[in-house]
Design a protein. Structure first.
Length: 258
């Protein structure tokens, strides 16, 4: 898939919590083809301590309004600078990068999309695309508490949403793999993104249940194009570059203890 270096214009920056912002971007030309699960690398201006671009998952693509959304967790100076962007600013992006989730090849399939924390980001667009292709997305989203759950109302526009919180402040108390939906419903495929231990637990459940499963890895990345080898993951096919060969992998390819 062709890569682009684009100066996207900021439409808005919305604070979703004290540590998350939603950045909406646009371009004068139609946005390029983007597969759910792909990411982009953004240049951080006005941050002398940030030398490298930062990888950000593509949260959503609104073709009707030619918009691309980024759900950003504020964790360091680079992302703090992103949160300070204003409408009318430009953000230099290299995109789209990596390989995304496997899209359905027939209608009527039911997908369970499991996300934790800011790892829910790529699942919103994936759910929208699945629905448009005649399949059913079901979202299972986990967080520490209710205040840490992101974009719930947006997810509800595209499918059923189930929630777990570690403190029980919303949904079922516990982790996503403890949710009762896993016992009460069956699924044709599972896709997951979030903290490593959560994804391993989801993969373990899928493996035991005999359900195809993909995981979007969040290894540290620098270049985003497979040159620096910072994000290498050891797999059944040897060391693979997450930014180039992933970030989405079938769990059968990952050397996780399932």
């Amino acid at each position: 898939m062709k890569k682009f270096i684009l100066d996207l214009q900021v439409i808005s920056v919305e604070a979703l919590s004290d540590k998350h912002v939603l950045i909406k971007l646009t371009d004068l030309k139609p946005l390029p083809e983007i597969v759910p699960g792909q990411f982009l690398e953004v240049r951080i201006d006005h941050s002398p301590a940030t030398f490298l671009r930062r990888p950000i998952s593509i949260n959503f693509v609104d073709r009707d309004n030619n918009q691309l959304w980024l759900l950003v967790a504020i964790v360091g100076d680079g992302t703090r600078q992103l949160a300070k962007l204003k409408a009318g600013d430009t953000l230099n992006c290299v995109m789209p990068l990596g390989n995304g989730f496997t899209l359905p090849i027939e209608t009527g399939k039911k997908f369970l999309l499991v996300g934790g924390g800011v790892g829910v980001a790529p699942l919103l667009y994936f759910g929208k695309v699945i629905r448009d292709m005649g399949c059913e997305p079901v979202f299972l989203l986990g967080a520490r508490s209710a205040k840490d759950l992101l974009e719930l109302e947006l997810f509800k526009q595209y499918g059923r949403v189930y929630v777990t919180t570690e403190d029980g402040s919303l949904g079922e108390k516990g982790f996503v793999t403890n949710h009762s939906i896993l016992e009460n419903e069956s699924f044709d495929q599972i896709s997951t993104c979030g903290p490593g231990p959560m994804m391993v637990s989801v993969a373990r459940f899928a493996n035991k249940a005999g359900i195809e499963c993909e995981a979007s890895l969040e290894n540290k990345m620098a270049c985003g194009v497979g040159a620096c080898l910072c994000c290498v993951e050891n797999t059944t096919e040897g060391n693979l570059r997450v930014c180039q060969d992933g970030p989405v992998f079938n769990i059968k390819k990952l050397l996780w203890q399932l």
